[in-house]
Ligand binder design. Structure first.
Ligand SMILES: [Zn+2]
Length: 444
């Protein structure tokens, strides 16, 4: 009998102590008879999210903390205001916020939780404690819970995701954009595709019905919600045009920088020549100068290269002739559109070899140096236009366009062949087992 009484006293003391710890007030006499339920203990630190806080607790073999509710953050609502709305007491709220801030001083989300952000939570109960969890960015979760001793614990975990590769095929029916919408290529991937191919293809003029674009890209799938978190990146693009087949592979170099290269390791980004002729000297730079003919100070929006009349002038980059002919003070003039960003212009020419609308390659001879228009002597006036405005050709940072260096070529070939194998398997619907078999066949 005495033994029993001692046990009763003992459990009473433990229970009261426990409750005081997490609600901070004395409990009712009626609840003394109920033994405390097992609360989340969570001795393990989890790296990966497991869904709601209850999923975490169940993994530990604990008793769940009641029903998990889901609610969205309202406009201008902070986590504190949200918890108040959800039925938390001020004392609990202050303790929770203080704990999150001290455990994770660098997380930004508490400062500005987006409207409609989903919060999973349980309403605090004396015997069960509470639990809260929500996403931070795309890849992480924040868990906050009260452990079996009433202490507030927090943990940031990574959400599990899976990367899936897709091979998208666009067949041109009208324009590239509409055709890509029909092929269900994600918009983000489409705009990346345009950027990569923009140096090589003029989308307005060069595309024909029946041209085919193939894009190998990845999507990341959140394994908890089954939602697509991100469409990224492109691994490969092929553009099969009427008389041009372009292929670009993504390659990550030893410094971790990723760029696109053709099969031979040449960059998809084509740079512009800063000096589009040989054997010239710079005779006048970019900027304010006293104009040699007009006599007053005028902004010089290009650079002048002095050289003998007839010196061949090269196209500074691949592109399409946008203007070809007499152009006032510029005299005989050519302007090339290289892509949506860059144009180059060549003035005072003596001869013009290319007509408007012609497609030209970097280094093609487009005209000959002269002194036509408002010119004091034989020279080329050269302009680079960025978004329609002249910029200093000698200062501007042009797209790097670096090719793969020899010492990275083997690595590039390997990455290229992995991509080629993947595409081959996807095009032919080869499952992984059969594919391994085929690979072995090739070896023998
Ligand atoms: Zn000039």
């Amino acid at each position: 009998m005495l033994q029993r009484f001692i046990i009763f006293l003992l459990s009473f003391t433990l229970f009261t102590f426990d409750l005081e710890n997490f609600v901070g007030k004395k409990t009712h006499a009626s609840s003394i008879l109920i033994l405390p339920e097992k609360r989340p203990y969570m001795s393990n630190k989890y790296n990966f999210s497991l869904g709601t806080i209850n999923d975490m607790i169940l993994k530990e073999g604990g008793k769940t903390i009641g029903k998990i509710l889901k609610q969205k953050i309202k406009k201008n609502e902070t986590l504190s205001l949200f918890l108040e709305r959800a039925g938390y007491q001020n004392k609990q709220i202050n303790a929770i916020i203080a704990k999150i801030k001290s455990n994770h001083p660098s997380i930004q989300i508490l400062r500005n939780i987006p409207t409609n952000h989903l919060i999973n939570y349980s309403v605090p109960k004396n015997n069960l404690g509470f639990g809260i969890n929500f996403k931070i960015g795309k890849y992480k979760d924040l868990y906050v819970w009260q452990d079996n001793l009433g202490k507030i614990e927090t943990e940031i975990t990574r959400r599990p995701f899976k990367e899936i590769k897709y091979l998208n095929k666009i067949e041109i029916t009208d324009n590239l954009y509409n055709s890509s919408l029909r092929s269900k290529l994600p918009k983000k991937i489409f705009s990346e595709l345009v950027k990569i191919l923009g140096f090589s293809i003029d989308f307005q003029r060069e595309l024909r019905k029946g041209d085919i674009f193939e894009t190998l890209y990845s999507q990341k799938l959140d394994l908890i919600t089954n939602e697509i978190i991100e469409s990224n990146p492109i691994h490969y693009i092929s553009a099969k045009l009427k008389d041009n087949h372009l292929k670009f592979y993504r390659f990550t170099n030893r410094y971790g920088e990723a760029n696109f290269f053709d099969e031979d390791g040449k960059s998809s980004r084509k740079t512009l020549m800063k000096t589009p002729l040989n054997g010239a000297r710079l005779s006048s730079g970019f900027g304010n100068r006293k104009h040699p003919i007009l006599g007053f100070t005028k902004m010089h929006r290009g650079v002048d290269f002095a050289a003998p009349i007839g010196t061949p002038i090269f196209a500074a980059g691949d592109g399409i002739i946008e203007y070809s002919g007499w152009n006032g003070a510029y005299g005989k003039y050519i302007r090339i559109k290289h892509n949506n960003t860059f144009k180059t212009a060549y003035a005072h020419l003596s001869k013009i070899y290319k007509k408007r609308g012609m497609r030209i390659k970097q280094g093609d001879i487009i005209g000959a140096l002269g002194s036509t228009g408002r010119s004091t002597g034989p020279h080329l006036h050269y302009e680079i236009l960025l978004g329609g405005r002249q910029v200093n050709p000698l200062r501007i940072k042009l797209p790097s366009g670096k090719n793969i260096p020899n010492n990275e070529m083997a690595n590039f070939h390997e990455q290229r062949e992995i991509i080629n194998s993947k595409i081959f398997a996807m095009q032919n619907n080869i499952k992984s087992k059969e594919f391994a078999f085929l690979k072995n066949l090739q070896k023998n």
